[in-house]
Design a protein around this ligand. Sequence first.
Ligand SMILES: *Cc1c(COP(=O)(O)O)cnc(C)c1O
Length: 395
Amino acid sequence: MAKSKDPRTIAARKGIAADTSFGAVAPPIHLSTTYVFPEFAQAGAHDYSRTSNPTRSLLADTLADLEGGEGAVVTSSGMAAVDLAMSQLRCFDLLIAPHDCYGGTHRLLSARRDMKHFDVLFVDQGNPEQLEEAFAASPTMIFIETPSNPLMRVVDIRAIAERAKRAGARVAVDNTFLSPALQRPLSLGADYVIHSTTKYLNGHSDVVGGAVVCAKKSEAEIFSGWANVIGTTGSAFDAYLTLRGIRTLFPRIAQQQQSALAIAKHLERCPAVERVHYPGLPSHGGHAIAKAQQSGFGAMLSFELAGGEDAARRFVENIRIFTLAESLGGVESLVAHPATMTHAGMDPDARAAAGITDGLLRLSIGLEAEEDLMEDLDTALAASRPARPLRKKRA
Ligand SMILES: *Cc1c(COP(=O)(O)O)cnc(C)c1O
């Protein structure tokens, strides 16, 4: 196949018609755990599947090409990828992380800090003073997640990466919420991109997986070596399914974000809705940065119901097409109530400080007909309002 650098062509064609054994068009899956040594003391391209596997290598190469990196390591989960990206930090190193990062990442980094594996400073990366203070503490690495979960806050990757370079710090970006179809952090100055491939890349809610993509080949080799040492590399079967998902990444996310924008605009006009958080709306605080650094606004959004938790409960009890579930990025639309689901582990004060109210709902927009999704939301919104108008209680 002629080489194309267009990510859409890479996504659709990587590994296609490359099988030399039988001429298979779809890349075959290699489940064998062990590989023949062609000669005494002479390993072939693969020897043992924890170390390397042809199907997993194809996925790693595909992800590296999509993100514009020189190498990638495919892991058994997104969390394993986050941990791998931090694995080279020492006890005297400082990591700067967002105060509102993914809950599992917050738990992992806090645990590593408490075990004194390395130090962590959680800051609001959208606040220039806090960020400057953190850089003054000489960090070794800065970890960015944009847009954030569930409020879709956006930070400027290029500006933070430039500041990090001056401080001599490495930059890792969790790109799970957008995928390389909509954001390419390495082109904005990041050193590593982290993915939970569980989400948009696989896109069918049937694989848990992750990846670290590196700007430099030498660093990908270090991470690859360590993933083999601790045994967190991903399985061949998961790699096969994820490759299959990636072939439709671009049309999936294009359709999903088109519906997401229409839904966000619609919600903004609904009286039962107090606020809508979607970077594609001009009213969103991160709209200008998102427009500059992303090639689309994505298919995740959240909104606050004026009626708080009671309204959220009634909304969820009356929704029919959206499924009440955690996770995101699949072909099916999901609704989550962060306060009782994804962010239930946070104490109420911390949740309030992070801006996660009891009336907040998060949507992952899937591939259903936009009209059906709108109608479903309207029905649930109407039902979310109290049967009788609320009256102030008399003293
Ligand atoms: C889901 C998720 C993770 C963790 O990935 P798993 O595959 O569930 O281990 C990390 N970061 C973000 C932004 C996520 O959404």
